[in-house]
Design a protein around this ligand. Sequence first.
Ligand SMILES: *Cc1c(COP(=O)(O)O)cnc(C)c1O
Length: 369
Amino acid sequence: MNIPFVDLYAQYLSIKPDIDTAIENVIKETAFIGGKYVKQFEENFAKEYGIKHCIACANGTDAIYILLKMLGIGKGNEVITVANSWISTSETIGQTGAIPVFIDIEADYSTIDFTKIEEKINSKTKAIIPVHLYGQSADIKKIKEICDNHNLFLIEDCAQAHFAEFDNQLVGTFGDAATFSFYPGKNLGAYGDAGCIITNNDELAEKCRMYANHGALKKHFHQIEGINSRLDGMQAAILNAKLPFIKNWNAKRLENALYYNELLSDCKQIITPKIRQTGKHIFHVYSIRTSKRDELQFFLNEKGIQTAIHYPVALPLMPAYKHLAYSENDIPNAAKFQHEILSLPMYPELTKQQIEYIVHTIKLFFNGI
Ligand SMILES: *Cc1c(COP(=O)(O)O)cnc(C)c1O
């Protein structure tokens, strides 16, 4: 049996008429950049989040960069973030001229360890960017408390956490603003690059909108120099078509994860992902840990099962951050886990039978049964 890591075509087939109509309309109306469908998506997404502003932009990386710039963060500043994430979270800090300060991850949930944040705060610190990694909330209330006590901006990187919750509240609504990616493989994915910022701050929203559009709110009236980070109409129309299904897809992912957890519970060589009691996990990624990671990945691949690693090298240990001189001792959990984590196939359309085959193959590797 061949099982891909994600199956975006299966999802397309499940809502084909909606997607085809959405794309046809964009072409018919030549609403290619900005326009009606982008506006509709911004309104729909903001409404779903119960938040005042949604600013669409070209991708989730730009969303973080735009926000940091418009919060006035730059040279001479430090921004605290987490050691295990996709590089967008930290490279955007560097792009503003500020320095990323990396914090280790919690052993249980692989999100930022809030107990290690305060010792890194100094007069240069301006913001904290926690990542709701794998679709699970960081300990966001504790982090918010730290931000409030030290007068820091809180930016939630929600690229992997569309409609995830903490204490019955949507993540992305705790901080000053949040950023999303709609990269095709994300839980809510476009058919190309796409991203957005959400915030309740009117002034910040207007600034971000301006900066993402060459520094102009009205064509040819450039208040500042900005960047070109527009969302195209095709992506917006596709996202509009998909938005009604996202909560159901998230629920299916959670169901799949719980089935994996159940079937793997007697496999002693594996640590399955732990779910916070206080949250709603949307399982963007189902990541297990094992000391035989590389061998298991090879074996699964031979049996037609595609896997991935999120992420094989902790950010501070990347060549890109050599100049910051982090060692494994600074981030012991992230440094250890990077050799043990393995992401198994995870998508809403994954069947019970496929999960059973994957688990059977894992057990075959460890026990030869
Ligand atoms: C995907 C991702 C991003 C970046 O999004 P793009 O749309 O690919 O630019 C940022 N942060 C995290 C945690 C991500 O997973």
